[in-house]
Design a protein around this ligand. Sequence first.
Ligand code: ARG
Length: 572
Amino acid sequence: MTSYKKSIAEILAPLIDGLTAEEIEQMIEIPADEKMGDYAFPCFRLAKILRKAPPLIAADIAAGVPNDGLFEKVENVNAYVNFYLSRERFVGDIVKEVGEKKENFTKSNKGEGKTVIVEFSSPNIAKPFHIGHIRSTVIGNSIYKIFDELGYNTVRINHLGDYGTQFGKMISAYRRWGNREDVEKEPIKTLLSYYTKFHEEAEKDPSLEQEARDIFARLEKGEPEETELWQWFRDESLKEFTRVYKMLGIEFDSYAGESFYSDKMPRILDELKEKGLLQESQGAQIVDLEKYGMPPALVTKSDGSTLYITRDIAAAVYRKEHYDFYKNIYVVASQQNLHFQQWFKIVELLGYDWAGDCVHVPFGMVSLKDGVMSTRKGRVVFLEDVLNRAVEKTREIIEEKGVATDNIDETAAQVGIGAVMFNELSNNRIKDYVFDWDKVLNFEGETGPYVQYTHARACSLMRKAGEELTAKAEKLEGFDASLICSDSAYELAKLIYRMPEVIQEAADKYEPSVITRHIIDIAQAFNRFYQSERIVTDDEAATVSRLALVICTKTAISNGLALLGIQAPERM
Ligand code: ARG
């Protein structure tokens, strides 16, 4: 997008001795109060260079600014020069630029040649993909899309929890009480029930624990029978996860989970030993982190088996060597903060200079308000059930409201699932929050359905205007910016203009909610514009001009939703 800060800096540069356009650009501010203009240039720092009082400097600069139509007015107030953009020029520029670039208007090539890994979702095999996992899945997917939009090469990794001593237990339980058909029918629920039974039985008969350890040892050695069962559990679980990912429209480039690193562990242990980082402790091996204010990290158990943290270290080393990442991002719950701090430190102590390029992006927990869905003792809430319920409820609302759609199943899926995803991405990710159906599916609140509905409204205006006028608006034939300079149009154009900045901010903070917030603002501004102005009238020039702004809004909203991983239906 055209940078107005930059244009203003270029205009000011010849007026200010001793500062380059780049330096000036850095100094330009956006006033908190719109009455003070769209941009402001503070003159305090110039006092020393120019040996003049700042208010005088501001007055001189304001008087010297040539007006070629970019500004409505330029004023000096105290030590500031305030710039008020010409609405006509501004709105015209934005509509032209977005109209030309279309959905590419939010793309950038900032990340060209750099690889960003986003690891997210990472559920555990044979364990439920529950409502808590949705956070990593949805936030991670959005962060991936944001970096992709900024031109980075991206790699989506699902670090499946597919290894560890629990698989010994699962295999033992399956052999004792299992049945193939049940597993095939409902893999995760069935495997989970075996696992639970194992724990119940092991309380009565502790020898089961030893049996499980022996089985896991056989699995680690690659014994065919155990490996085959493990592989089958993994495949069946993955089928179930894939079904959920499909509903969410989410894909991965790699499913290299914990097991993938099982043969890469000896090297890590050797390196740790070489650097003198390993210590014996009751037969186990630990890395002492006391100096760094952290408890020791257990890297091998007394029976020699490795742990979750060891696999994370091996995975990071592998990823650096395999992908040469610029950033390696982990979207994982804040409960694991210490885990990540520990192993990031260990990677640093191993002497890897890229340790600082590993980023843990934590998030808070979700709890459920709705009684029906609440986690009764032992009853986990499955994400798939939540999504199905969202779709069903949306379908009821659509039927009740008589919403226009040609394909109610498709719309209900887009809106219902979109609503759950949007809700996930509405709050600052680090905050804990309560899942509340009424809030999620509200068509009027600050929700997914509201934003999608606004998008559909823009589409419906285009249909109402007809193909011919819409085509003219798209090509800006007969477009006249002076016809879209009202307060509401100007406010809307400003928000659209800020989209690329907002996306950059979301990337810098690893915070999709910045985008969520912004598209709610756009939707609200659009609805004010829509209410205060008639878009489609008999006046062709006015219709085309307003419609052009409507089309830009539609592009901005659908791009924003896409970055959140949410669809933008044209009718609803
Ligand atoms: N499987 C883990 C869990 O469900 C999350 C994995 C997070 N990623 C990692 N590299 N440690 O808790």
